[in-house]
Write a protein that binds this ligand. Structure first.
Ligand code: NAI
Length: 358
């Protein structure tokens, strides 16, 4: 049993909260009194340089660009931290091999798949119908239309890479526009596909036939640069790629080459492979030294948002309550329902025949 007791009874679970932003604080402060926790908010990201701030805390709360690598884990373990609670779904920033058996790492497996799927569609509509350009024009009294031509989504083909919680919702929204939907997933959900009129196919056919390609798979070593030069070569000349998954699913240099040679219609990106240097911070008064990001920002047919797909009231509420629940459940009863299982990622987990227990 993991409950923290003193002679006066149970004490509050102490949580060191890294990479805090105002919206995190708002939502965690709103809900924390319903849990047996005490939170110290740190603005810095978690890394080996900052991990010692967690000394004396029972748990650490971390986000997508906090680094939970072996040196960071060593410090957290030595300082007595027992649990890392990720307030996100993705966990590509965690070296699970280094951490497994030393620290428990829990996550929020689903907070609002609708938030992310809807943002993917918002990116597509904005880029395709040039809403971002029209907004600026009309604000300046320019009501001209040249350069704002888009295409109907109705009758076009959308390709969904990854039909988990988010990808399935995105697929259903695209079906609502009257689009054909192709899907690719190593674990196809045939029942859902039949019900929703979605067709599973190979990755290659998906890339060759889709007018819109939306990425909804996790970043794993196998999925690194899933969109590379070879796959970009298969894509239709006017196709649009949407990425709300993780930046390194796309080889950005290959993407830039495709955009420069007009062999791609456009890209709408909520994530970028080197985003941890820039995203979530205000760099508007300094020089962007990342030439790849700077080049991407120059294309008229590229739209970038700064990893905001999750940012809805419903998602932030679910993130706060699930994370606080994950922390309390572990310390009060040893419940690790939302633990990230290293054996699953190695396909050696015995808990589910699918090789995945979460
Ligand atoms: P999920 O685990 O429910 O679904 C992921 C699906 O991708 C699974 O069905 C899996 O089998 C499939 N998959 C894995 N490798 C694949 C491949 N090579 N090709 C095709 N399919 C593949 O995950 P969920 O909740 O749908 O989230 C997907 C990803 O979205 C997360 O891993 C995370 O990286 C990202 N995300 C981004 C957010 C944002 O704010 N931009 C917020 C939340 C999640």
């Amino acid at each position: 049993m993991n409950t923290i007791h003193t002679s006066e009874g149970p004490i509050r679970i102490r949580v060191a909260f890294f990479d805090t932003k105002p919206y995190d604080r708002d939502y965690f402060d709103t809900h924390k009194n319903n849990y047996n926790v005490e939170i110290k908010y740190f603005p810095v990201k978690l890394s080996a340089d900052t991990a010692s701030l967690a000394r004396g805390y029972d748990a650490v709360c971390a986000f997508v660009n906090d680094e939970l690598d072996a040196p960071t884990a060593d410090i957290l373990v030595a300082d007595g931290v027992k649990l890392v609670a990720l307030r996100c779904a993705g966990y590509n920033n965690v070296d699970l091999k280094a951490v497994w058996g030393r620290l428990h790492v829990v996550r929020v497996p689903a907070y609002s798949p609708h938030a992310v799927a809807e943002h993917a569609v918002a990116l597509l509509l904005t880029l395709n119908r040039k809403i971002h350009k029209a907004y600026i024009r009309t604000r300046e009294g320019n009501f001209t239309l040249s350069g704002l031509v888009g295409f109907d989504l109705y009758g076009k083909t959308a390709g969904i890479v990854g039909t988990g919680q988010i990808g399935r919702i995105a697929a259903e929204i695209f079906r609502g526009f009257g689009m054909e939907v192709l899907a690719s997933d190593p674990y196809p959900n045939e029942g859902w596909a039949a019900e929703k009129g979605v067709r599973y196919t190979t990755m290659e056919e998906l890339f060759r036939q889709s007018d819109v390609i939306s990425l909804h798979c996790p970043l794993t070593p196998e999925n690194h640069h899933l969109i590379n030069e070879a796959r970009l070569g298969m894509i239709k000349k006017n196709a649009v790629i949407i990425n709300t998954g993780r930046g390194a699913l796309i080889d950005t240099k290959a993407l830039i080459h495709a955009l420069k040679t007009n062999s791609l219609g456009g890209a709408a990106l909520d994530v970028y492979e080197e985003e941890d240097e820039y995203f979530f911070e205000d760099h508007s008064t300094s020089v962007i030294k990342d030439d790849v990001l700077a080049r991407l920002l120059t294309f008229p047919n590229v739209l970038i948002t700064g990893h905001q797909a999750f940012l809805t009231h419903e998602a932030l509420t679910a993130i706060a309550t699930t994370t606080l629940g994950n922390i309390q459940n572990y310390f009060e009863s040893g419940d690790l329902t939302n633990e990230i299982c290293y054996r699953c990622t190695q396909k050696t987990c015995s808990r589910k025949e699918t090789g995945r227990c979460f």
